[in-house]
Design a binder for this molecule. Structure first.
Ligand SMILES: [Zn+2]
Ligand SMILES: [Zn+2]
Ligand SMILES: [Zn+2]
Length: 341
């Protein structure tokens, strides 16, 4: 049984997926296809992936056939399973539960293009719409507390052998440490000043402009004041909202344009670096009302963090959580602003 365990000292959660032989062999099948030069994510190769969970596709087309624009399939070696019972239990002082959750792959285009940055804005808008649809669907399951959409691009950023633009979604029954830290920090700031810390950051950055990389009608991109990674970027909606899935159609287009622009600026300035991005959004509050989540809609503000990974994280950073960043955020913002697109 795949489990998720809690470290009794730090409260950190760790997933033990236990990949089944059957699933493992389908992963090997996929890798064999890639070795032969066949891409399982390209249109026409739908049968080489597990059956689709969701797709934006034309009315005449059929599930698991061609005619789609964005396609979502289960990860072939999922870290989590949605069909399990939660079954929280303890082994004396240790807490654990079954690894209930979802692990999905979002195939961002039917064409064989490696980087999201190289897709049309209209196509990226469809990817964002797909993220929204999947999050809304998974939030119906009250057990799934946090949902993350993330991307690994380039081998150093942990990308698989498949060089076809895709992102992943993981839904878990716990609140992982890094999100918990943000939620607690945002709440503390709100308790004290009665304002959202992210809204205050946006206001200050737009006033002084030192760390603003670019902005459009609904979004802005900044080099965060305490950037951990060289040329780290945050994309934030200008209008306060705790939950990503509330983005409207016009906002989705605005986000797609800004995301593409930022990724292209990074690509040109850093010469196609490996990168990760992650969507941080409010946790599922359908089951729990009041208590810890009482002011969350007012105090938390969703955002996307983009982390170029061309500088290696070393033992000191890994062991201390204290980052050393050779590029100041002010310099990084200037570098990215000055890129000619
Ligand atoms: Zn492909
Ligand atoms: Zn806000
Ligand atoms: Zn964040």
């Amino acid at each position: 049984m795949p489990t998720i365990r809690r470290d009794p000292i730090t409260g950190r959660w760790v997933i033990n997926p236990k990949i089944k032989d059957k699933l493992h062999s389908s992963l090997l099948d996929m890798e064999k296809l890639v070795d032969k030069g066949i891409c399982p994510f390209c249109e026409g190769h739908e049968k080489s992936t597990p059956p689709e969970i969701f797709a934006l596709r034309s009315k005449e087309s059929r599930a698991d056939g061609p005619g789609w624009e964005v396609r979502v399939v289960p990860n072939v070696s999922p870290a989590l399973r949605v069909e399990l019972e939660l079954d929280r239990r303890a082994e004396r002082m240790y807490d654990m539960m079954n690894a209930v959750g979802a692990h999905e792959v979002i195939i961002e285009t039917p064409r064989h293009v490696a980087d999201l940055a190289d897709l049309e804005i209209s196509q990226i808008t469809k990817v964002i719409e797909t993220y929204r649809q999947r999050i809304m669907d998974l939030k119906k399951d009250g057990r799934l507390r946090s949902i993350f959409v993330f991307k690994n691009y380039g081998e150093r950023a942990g990308s698989s052998a498949i060089k076809h633009a895709h992102s992943q979604l993981i839904a878990v029954s716990v609140t992982p440490q890094s999100l918990k830290e943000e939620l607690m920090g945002a709440k503390e700031y709100y308790d004290y000043r009665k304002r959202c810390v992210y809204c205050d950051i946006i206001k200050q950055e737009l006033t002084f402009k030192k760390r603003v990389i670019t902005e459009n009608t609904h979004f802005l991109a900044i080099s965060p004041f305490a950037s951990r990674f060289n040329h780290e970027v945050w994309i934030l909606p200008k209008k306060h909202s705790a939950d990503f899935e509330n983005v409207g159609q016009e906002e989705a287009g605005s986000l797609a344009a800004l995301l593409k622009e930022v990724l292209l600026r990074l690509k040109v300035f850093l010469n196609d670096p490996p990168y990760n991005y992650i969507l941080h959004s409010g946790p599922n509050r359908t089951k729990r009302r009041g208590g810890a989540w009482k002011t969350l809609s007012d105090d938390y503000h969703w955002h996307i963090e983009i982390m170029p990974r061309y500088v290696r994280i070393d033992g000191f950073e890994w062991g201390t959580g204290l980052y050393i960043n050779a590029a100041t955020p002010e310099q990084a913002a200037e570098n990215l602003r000055n890129v000619k697109l």
